[in-house]
Write a protein that binds this ligand. Structure first.
Ligand code: 8YV
Length: 306
């Protein structure tokens, strides 16, 4: 007999097939129609870019585990889950490379204006209009805002690009990269500021008007973490007003209905939250999430608790 799960969010077809092979999945609309289903739900499977509402969790009397595909859990009521004895699991590490690779691609796309160069060729402008020079990544000062698992993977890859690395975070980790306890000082001393810190109330709008002004008119912002870390009104003002040179965003305060003002700007690269979006990575994340569920239903244990 398959365990019943509440599924929040859409999964790639191959992942959905893996889930359906093992579990009987219901969506929120199903359990709102049928109270009998509500009491049968013992687990939630979700993705880290979806929210698991606290009021929903409270209505599932036999819920024992919330398993997310993703490393972030800022959309999950973790404290409530803890109070109710509900395990919460994520999928750390298996997505580090994919996210780090994308961050490097975002930086190169910004500095060499790769999307605009592609459009220039496709528009038949090559030969008619000279393509403007870009910026080298080599020699740049890169400031990492947060140096956790993913930040360290980005930094390790950047070492091959002959950049100067520094980082801001809660503590000095004693690494070979310079620690900067003051985020304004880090921004002031960076050509590229890369945001990799976790989302949540503690980091909301960490990147605001002051940090952007400290970053300066020849510098760039890259956000591969969570939209909540950046005050988007300040960012939009900085991009439109030349306060910073440009930005590359994979995450936004409101996904997928992002602030339409971004679409009017040429100096921002807009990606649709694809940090972990590779076949290999999503497969590994699904396996880990399913292994968490399997362990829990077998003996109450989990592999990667948050
Ligand atoms: C997930 C994310 O990787 O991992 C995270 O925290 O930001 C998300 O991109 C994605 O939703 C796959 O489940």
């Amino acid at each position: 007999m398959k365990e019943h799960l509440l599924q929040i969010g859409e999964f790639p077809p191959f992942v959905q097939a893996m889930i359906d092979e093992r579990y009987q999945c219901h969506h929120r609309s199903d359990i709102e129609r049928d109270e009998g289903l509500r009491i049968r739900v013992r687990g939630i499977i979700t993705r880290s870019n979806y929210e698991v509402p606290a009021d929903l969790v409270r209505t599932l009397p036999h819920l024992g585990i919330i398993a997310t595909c993703g490393v972030g859990y800022d959309g999950i009521p973790v404290e409530l889950a803890r109070d109710l004895g509900i395990r919460v699991t994520n999928t750390p590490d298996v997505l580090n490379s994919a996210v780090a690779e994308l961050a490097i691609g975002m930086m190169l796309s910004l500095l060499r204006r790769l999307p605009a160069a592609d459009r220039y060729v496709r528009a038949g402008r090559w030969g008619a209009v000279q393509w403007p020079l870009g910026e080298s990544l080599a020699g740049k000062r890169v400031g990492m805002v947060g140096l956790g698992r993913i930040g360290k993977e980005i930094a390790a890859r950047l070492e091959g690009f002959d950049v100067r690395l520094a980082y801001h975070g809660r503590t000095d980790q004693g690494l070979r990269y310079r620690f900067q306890p003051d985020i304004l000082a880090l921004a002031n001393d960076s050509d590229i500021l890369v945001v990799t810190a976790p989302g949540g109330p503690a980091t909301r709008h960490l990147i605001g008007r002051e940090v952007l002004r400290a970053l300066g008119p020849d510098a760039y912002l890259v956000n591969i973490a969570r939209g909540s870390l950046v005050d988007e009104d300040s960012l939009l003002e900085a991009l439109a007003g030349g306060i910073i040179a440009g930005a590359a965003l994979d995450v936004y305060e409101n996904e997928p209905r992002i602030d339409q003002r971004f679409l009017e700007l040429e100096n921002v690269l807009l990606l649709p939250h694809i940090g972990s979006a590779t076949h290999q990575t999503r497969h590994a994340m699904a396996i880990l999430a399913l292994n968490n569920l399997e362990h829990f239903f077998r003996d109450g244990s989990v592999l990667t608790p948050v």
